[in-house]
Every structure is written in structure tokens, then in C-alpha cells.
Design a protein around this ligand. Structure first.
Ligand SMILES: Nc1nc2c(c(=O)[nH]1)N[C@H]1C(S)=C(S)[C@@H](COP(=O)(O)O)O[C@H]1N2
Ligand SMILES: [Mo]
Length: 248
């Protein structure tokens, strides 16, 4: 790495690793600018470029054997707000209806939902526009936990996430039952900002990020697939980033 008074440019992936290891992610991110990150370490101020993180991620392999970074993606240090028509960010207004192909549908408020079986998962997310955010710590409840409580019927084949103002996103039941698919209320220990889906969004890490519905209001289990907002506007129905399933 090359050092100057105010920063370090990483030519060495080990240095990025070392800094990441020594710091909580929350601390690690002192300032996320346009593709750069300033971190304080041992009295020095370090600059890590997005390119360095992208290069580092490209060399990594996940536990499931997939490359850490799907093809055509570049790493950003925080979520980029991608818009959408927001619902109320107030937890008091929040209700989640879990229904469809289940034995006992139910509706829960915010407190009850996050008391159910709260878990934290580290997960990477990948936006179809080409950015990824890696290693976020997501807090919430697994969709599989909600399915169990509702008494999921064998006739359910797909899951539709429903959000404020009619936004929907569909995934297969098989994908939805994976432990990293959750209904989340916090990232890195902090509640979401309104623009990122406050108070609650879904999280489907291994599909392009449009499947992670912000301002969620319902989970509907269905027999037959029902392509959602983006899936009916030219985007791929499955949206697997490792297969670059961007467009339908
Ligand atoms: N309700 C709702 N959820 C949504 C969207 C939306 O428009 N409305 N946009 C999707 C898209 S296209 C992306 S890339 C991610 C962006 O999430 P972010 O704004 O927190 O980065 O949210 C997804 N969830
Ligand atoms: Mo998106």
C-alpha cells in the first residue's frame, strides 16, 4: 500500500482484511462517500476505494462455492437509496399479514413480530443496476419461522411479498425457506431509514435486490406464481445474480 499524510491507497488486499477484522463494521464505516471509505486505525486515517473492496471480494469464495461477488457487480460500502413509493415508517402503523396457502393465517404488529424468534444474519445484497453491499448484519425473523407459525400447506409453491401502494415481489417457496430469507427491521444494529423501507422490509440476499420488498405489509403463500412489480416490467422472474438473470 502507498501511504501519504491523510490516507492509504490499498494495493494490498491483506490490509483491507486486517482493517475489517479489527473493527466492527459500524466503526469501520466512518464515512461512505462516492465509492470511498475513510477509516481511522491506529491514529491514522485510511482511505479505501470501492475498487479495492471489489477486487478483494472478487478473490473470495462463499461457503456454498459461489464467488462472493456475482458477475458484473461492484462493491459499495452502504445501501444506495433506489426509490419507491414509501409506506408509513412508524412501527405503530405496521401490520404484517401472513396468509394464502396456510392453515391459520395471522396478522402481527411490530413488537409481536420481532419477539417471535429474532435472528441476525450476515448477508450480501446485489442490486441489478450493478452495485453490491457486502457483509451487512441484518436483524429480523426468518420467513420460514412465519411459515411454520401459519401452518404452511403443501399446496404452497411460491411466496409473494406485498408492500405499500401495491408493490409486490415473488420468489419460489424453496428460496423463501432458506435461513437467510427474512423479514428485517435493522441493518448493522440500526433501524432502517424511511427510504430503505422503514420500519420493515423483506430480505432475499441471493436474488437481485428488487426481491427485497421495502415497506412490507404482507406475505402471501400461493399455488401459482404471480410475477411482481419489476417482473412484469421486463426483469427476470427468478433474478439469480450468479446467473446474471437481470432481464426476462
Ligand atoms: N416497496 C418497494 N420495495 C422495493 C422497491 C420499491 O420500489 N418499492 N424497489 C426495489 C429495488 S428495485 C431495489 S434495488 C431495492 C433497493 O433498496 P434500497 O433503496 O434500500 O437500496 O429495494 C427494492 N424494494
Ligand atoms: Mo433495483
Amino acid at each position: 500500500m502507498s501511504i501519504n499524510r491523510f490516507g492509504v491507497t490499498m494495493d494490498d488486499d491483506n490490509t483491507v482484511d486486517e482493517i475489517a477484522k479489527r473493527m466492527e463494521r459500524r466503526e469501520f464505516i466512518k464515512k461512505a462517500g462516492a465509492g470511498t471509505l475513510l477509516v481511522a486505525l491506529g491514529g491514522g486515517l485510511y482511505r479505501i476505494a470501492s475498487d479495492d473492496l471489489t477486487r478483494k471480494a472478487r478473490a473470495e469464495v462463499r461457503k456454498d462455492g459461489k464467488p462472493r461477488l456475482p458477475p458484473g457487480q461492484k462493491v459499495l460500502q452502504s445501501l444506495r437509496p433506489m426509490g419507491g413509493q414509501s409506506g408509513s415508517p412508524n412501527p405503530k402503523d405496521f401490520r404484517l399479514r401472513v396468509y394464502g396457502e396456510v392453515d391459520k393465517e395471522f396478522t402481527v404488529g411490530y413488537d409481536e413480530l420481532f419477539k417471535m424468534d429474532p435472528v441476525k444474519e450476515r448477508a450480501d445484497v446485489h442490486c441489478v443496476t450493478g452495485w453490491s453491499m457486502l457483509g451487512g448484519l441484518w436483524s429480523g425473523v426468518r420467513v420460514s419461522t412465519l411459515a411454520k407459525r401459519a401452518g404452511l400447506k403443501r399446496t404452497a409453491n411460491f411466496v409473494i411479498f406485498e408492500s405499500a401502494h401495491g408493490y409486490t415481489a415473488n420468489i419460489s417457496k424453496r428460496e423463501a425457506m432458506k435461513p437467510n430469507v427474512m423479514i428485517v427491521n435493522a441493518l448493522d444494529g440500526r433501524p432502517f431509514a424511511k427510504q430503505h423501507g422503514a420500519p420493515v422490509r423483506s430480505l432475499v440476499p441471493d436474488r437481485y435486490f428488487w426481491k427485497s420488498a421495502k415497506w412490507i405489509t404482507g406475505i402471501r403463500f400461493v399455488k401459482r406464481d404471480a410475477p411482481g412489480y419489476w417482473e412484469t416490467r421486463g426483469y427476470h422472474n427468478i433474478a439469480n445474480p450468479w446467473k446474471e438473470q437481470r432481464y426476462g
